[in-house]
Design a protein around this ligand. Structure first.
Ligand code: PLP
Length: 355
């Protein structure tokens, strides 16, 4: 049975990306490959509305590697940071800081609930150097008000680090207007590429901060990557195949812009949420991202069993949750090469499995 992925990465891939994936890889220490890297860099920064003077680096790792790179290159044991923590990806930032001995305070959010930016306004922000947030907490589907949080960080002089991995190209995300100093993206989410390539975009403020710091990492050193990126190269063998996929995808996206991609993803999310409202599955996120709809079965069925049944009986792969939400929540992705007809098939299957 051919499966359809309503997952949060990898996602259904686009024809132009699949085509590139089947081709022989070139050697990469060449002018030709450098040109491709620089073209990707430029369109990526344009899609993120990166401010004038921003720069990007391409890391060969999953998204979590880029989260760790952001932390260890710009923050150290003498700093203190704030982390908005509403699920397993917020928790990941906390664990990264713990592992590196970086003092942090976690602003806990009940899973699925929104984060009220007023909580920041009532805090003394002076002891903090940075605020770390996942724009969209993918484990619950909650999208935070990044613009409002960024405005407060900017006034207080905090470095604003945003994991945009599952919101880039799905939700409004503008580095300039939202005062984002460092934006993380990754290949296997809305870009719809193979996993293994992550990018970090640094604003002029982040670049200036980085200048004053000594890297405590070799492979993930942003300084080393920035230096090679000046000529469209990376210090180590990059994910050559994924960069070529990205080049193909960004050419299609560049023509339509980030707004069209956000609009498309939003239209799919609205279409699905309208149809699901008649079935016994309740939306889990208070302020949902367009990237996915997190659902709780209202008929007493285990969310994990629903995932298994949809996959085994219908070949429709939604995303199960782990940990404490395993039986309460599953997620239906709207990222990648999906259409209303795919979601309609899922709705029919959900109707047939609901009691
Ligand atoms: C997918 C994702 C990541 C990265 O996870 P990896 O498995 O390391 O690629 C990080 N943050 C968010 C918000 C994500 O959705």
């Amino acid at each position: 049975m051919k499966e359809t992925l309503f997952t949060v990465g990898p996602v259904e891939m686009y024809p132009e990306v699949l085509k590139v994936g089947g081709e022989q890889l070139p050697y990469f220490r060449t002018e030709d490959f450098s040109r491709i890297v620089l073209a990707c860099d430029e369109s990526l920064r344009r899609l993120a509305d990166a401010p004038e003077g921003s720069r990007s680096v391409f890391l060969t790792c999953s998204g979590s590697g880029a989260m760790e790179a952001a932390v260890i290159n710009l923050i150290d044991q003498n700093d203190r940071v704030l982390i908005i923590n509403g699920g397993s990806f917020g928790e990941r930032f906390c664990e990264i800081c713990s592992d590196h001995g970086i003092p942090f305070d976690s602003l806990d959010v009940v899973p699925g609930r929104d984060f009220d930016p007023d909580r920041l306004a009532s805090l003394d922000l002076r002891p903090y150097r940075a605020l770390l947030v996942n724009a969209h907490e993918t484990s619950t589907g909650a999208l935070y008000d990044v613009g409002a949080i960024g405005g407060i960080c900017s006034k207080a002089g905090l470095l604003f680090v945003v994991d945009g991995i599952s919101s880039f190209l799905c939700d409004e995300l503008h580095m300039d207007r939202m005062h984002i100093d460092l934006l993380i993206t990754s290949s296997q989410k809305a870009l719809g590429l193979a996993p293994g390539l992550s990018t970090v975009i640094l604003s002029p403020r982040a670049l200036e901060d980085l200048e004053a710091r000594t890297p405590r990492t070799h492979y993930l050193s942003l300084k080393r990557h920035l230096s090679d990126m000046l000529r469209g190269q990376t210090p180590f063998t990059p994910a050559v195949g994924v960069i070529l996929q990205m080049h193909a995808r960004l050419q299609s996206l560049g023509a339509e812009g980030a707004g069209a991609s956000v609009e498309r993803c939003g239209a799919l999310a609205r279409h699905f949420r309208q149809a699901i409202s008649a079935l016994p599955f309740l939306p889990f996120a208070e302020r949902p991202s367009n990237a996915l709809t997190a659902l709780s079965p209202a008929d007493g069925r285990s969310a994990f069993d629903a995932f298994l049944e949809l996959k085994d009986r219908f070949g429709l792969v939604v995303t199960p949750n782990g940990g404490p939400l395993r039986d309460r929540v599953f997620r239906v992705g709207h990222m990648g090469n999906l259409h209303e007809a795919d979601l309609d098939r899922l709705i029919i299957a959900l109707r047939s499995i609901s009691k």
